[in-house]
Design a protein around this ligand. Sequence first.
Ligand code: FEO
Length: 393
Amino acid sequence: MINLKAVEIKPNVFWVGGIDWDIRNFHGYSTQRGTTYNAYLIKDRKITLVDTVKHYLFDEMISRISDVVDPKKIENIVSNHVEMDHSGSLPKLLEMAPDATVITSTRGEKGLRRHFKKDWNFKVVQSGDTLDIGNRTLHFVHIPMVHWPDSMVTYSPNDKLLLPNDAFGQHIASSERFDDELDWGILREEAAKYYANIVMPFGDQVKKALSAIKPLDIDMIAPSHGVIWRSNISKIVEEYSKWANYESKKKALIVYDSMWGTTERMAYEIAKGLTESGINVKISNLKTNHISDIITDVLDSKLILLGSPTLNNGILPTMGGFLTYLKGLRPKKKIGFVFGSYGWGGQAVGEIEKIIGELSWDIPYENINLNYIPDEQEILNLRKIGNKLGKYL
Ligand code: FEO
């Protein structure tokens, strides 16, 4: 294997992660740009590694660590988060450095023991605990549910460096390591997609995490996925703050699927009405768009319109799957509207309304449920409801 280089991000702090160029599906989330698993090596009196990489990129991480130090000399391994994209290389690494201490939260220890069935040297740290590693003292702050109950951040005041694991991540595979080396539009899009698909259910916990890190003197945020923030820190923190408060843009998103074209026609007619009212609208067909991309638009849009025909007395399976995903991610403070079509039965619209009602969305107008093919008056009504919804927004 070619020797891979570590990247020094601060004096004696190195990125030693792995780049997953090929991954296009991350537990159901479409990752068109691939991703990275970022591990950070701190060369101090006690050599410390913060997080590891997915198991199949172990050799890549070791090659980068070996560029700086002999991996056997690692004394501390901080595990900020149990999920296997960050802990997957622990077993092999601890075979190389068996005396290393694994530093993690209480839930972290439980999770790592349960997952790997190994009796490693664990050191459990509470929120606010510190660890002297030589010229540096590392601080640990627990941020439960961002992304799992075990999640914590590591902070090095000497380096003004925050290592927050999943928080502020983006699924981007690149040889660029820093935010100012890529376009803000791409970063914002991928950070939003990451937030929408991974962190959105935990807005309150994100707010707590943001409060916990606010007093810290930080000039670099190095997450466990994607690029390192050094030039756009205030911009990405501001975005997180908006997302955590469920603030969205004054725009509409229509998500639908269709069997014989009526629900599709309805989507396009309602969109005309919305556009006439001056509202920007995006139409997403569930047949051609991945649910993880649609969820990113849900994060950004205040008004969400959902359309499905009735199939077998219920919702079309594509919409059913999307609603299952939506329910789990629990977007809040949305305005909702439901439409659909049927030959007989017609239960889909009611079922969809029930689900978005459980999310406490504002549903200002009753659904429209059309039998077979819309006539001229019904077409006109669809445009009118689009217009009314636009004005309501
Ligand atoms: Fe990147 Fe929750 O793991």
